[in-house]
Design a protein around this ligand. Structure first.
Ligand code: PLP
Length: 454
């Protein structure tokens, strides 16, 4: 299997190179040259355990890796989860199921991808002998999941910037209470956008980038999308066959990474008939699927912070398929959007999709109504998915985080204190964090001082 760029000029590379580079050289995103047909395997896959299914699926894509190495990455990645089914499916009432994606080490779905990606990086380091320095900025979940996916792996050190005082306290502890000497969480005096700019500027310093082999933990690594495909297949097999024909899969959406994985499977022959894109008040995707117009707005902080995104970076991959894989039209469309903040996508095939949006008031009301009706407690992100559900057709909601990660919203909605042993344990561990002022040059000298002698 070879990998191409959505923009047409990023070369044709192997799986390992697509994973190692993350971004293509022409500013586009990697995609498989051709999606494999998985229908011949479905019967055999139906009874597989999660790791076995994951291995069988990824083997179709990672065909340049030795099978034993891939197997070890997959087994290692999902051994860190606290549920035997890894991504258990629970029925809440007739016609309504949820797939719990929060049994990984940081209690959010990003663990599915980052636990695997960390191990794929380690494989790369083993192969090339070159250590890497991961540098990223986070507003919460991605940083925590990246740190837990990468820490302790030989040859990897991790520097994560975040805005001081602006990430949820438990999310901060997930980054600072690791006890790992290869992890450097850095609180800066600035916003998330500032943090991102510092990181971007340092990546622009090519001499520095080369010297320390800087690598981004961007949300657009193709391996992340492929790892996320697996739980859709796994969940599909756990639903009764009678529920599959008219199923709607509801996905709380920010960067379009999670839902993209589900939708790409339809191109491989898994017949998921309907998807719903569930947004919070940052509703660019909701408006797109309602009106055909893709128009950027200002980010408005919500109770579901990991979905506080306006420009969905993975959307480019979806668009590529929508434009029949025409890199010239795609490049033009992305350029128009970048220059004007809006683009008309009237011709978009919306037949398989619907969309919904939830305000903060809707989120609280939904946590309350789901709890009253079923006794189940959903987190604020997942609540966006449950918002407005009638379950007149079989419905599967993807649960993206454990409610204990957002105790204040849960308390506000239903007056219940939710906890989780993993989070309780964090409260007893001494935190290690580094702070910086508002001068970006501090980051450069900090990394220098930490790595100069390694
Ligand atoms: C990242 C995240 C999302 C959004 O996922 P995308 O792939 O960006 O659409 C939703 N819920 C939680 C809890 C997240 O951490």
């Amino acid at each position: 299997m070879k990998y191409i760029s959505t923009r047409g000029h990023g070369g044709i590379v192997s799986f390992s190179d697509a994973v190692a580079h993350g971004l293509t050289s022409d500013g586009g995103l990697f995609l498989p040259e051709k999606l494999p047909d998985i229908t011949p395997y479905l019967k055999e896959w139906e009874t597989l355990s999660y790791p076995d299914l994951c291995f069988s699926f990824l083997k179709l894509f990672a065909d340049d890796l030795p099978e034993a190495s891939l197997r070890a990455c997959v087994d290692g990645a999902y051994s860190t989860f606290d549920h035997p089914d890894i991504a258990p499916v629970r029925q809440l009432k007739p016609n309504l199921w949820t797939c719990e994606l929060f049994h990984g080490p940081t209690l959010a779905f990003k663990d599915f991808a980052l636990q695997l990606l960390g191990r794929l990086y380690a494989l790369q380091i083993e192969r090339t002998g070159v250590p890497i320095t991961v540098l990223g900025a986070t507003s919460g979940d991605t940083g925590a999941a990246a740190i837990h996916g990468l820490m302790g792996l030989p040859g990897i050190r991790i520097f994560i910037l975040y805005p001081d005082g602006k990430v949820a306290p438990l999310q901060e502890r997930q980054m600072t209470c690791t006890g790992s000497s290869s992890v450097f969480p850095i609180a800066i005096d600035g916003s998330f956008d500032d943090a991102q700019r510092w990181v971007k500027d340092l990546f622009g310093d090519l001499e520095f980038k080369e010297r320390y082999h800087l690598s981004a933990i961007n949300s657009i690594n193709l391996a992340r999308v492929l790892a996320q495909c697996v739980y859709y297949i796994h969940a599909w097999f756990r639903l009764p066959a009678s529920a599959r024909k008219d199923l709607e899969v509801v996905v709380p959406t920010g960067n379009f990474g999670n839902i993209l994985a589900g939708w790409m499977l339809t191109g491989m022959g898994l017949p998921i008939p309907h998807f719903r894109i569930a947004t919070n008040q940052n509703d660019i995707l909701f408006r797109l699927f309602e009106t055909g117009e893709y128009r950027v707005g200002a980010v408005d902080p919500s109770l579901a912070p990991s979905m506080d995104i306006q420009v969905a970076s993975n959307f480019e991959r979806f668009l590529y398929y929508q434009l029949n894989g025409d890199p010239v039209r795609l490049t033009e469309t992305m350029k128009t959007f970048r220059n004007t903040g809006t683009v008309d996508l009237e011709g978009l095939d919306r037949s398989r999709f619907s969309a919904s949006r939830a305000s903060d008031a809707d989120i609280l009301a939904t946590i309350r109504s789901v709890h009253t009706e079923t006794g189940y407690v959903v987190d604020p992100h997942t609540a966006c998915g449950f918002h407005g559900i009638h379950a007149s057709r079989p419905t599967l909601v993807m649960s993206t985080a454990h409610p204990a990660k957002f105790p204040m919203a849960i308390q506000q909605a239903i007056g219940v204190e939710v906890t989780h042993p993993t989070l309780e344990k964090l409260k007893t561990i001494q935190d290690t964090r580094f702070t910086m002022g508002s001068n970006p040059s501090e980051l450069r000298s900090f990394i220098d001082s930490r790595l100069k002698h390694t």
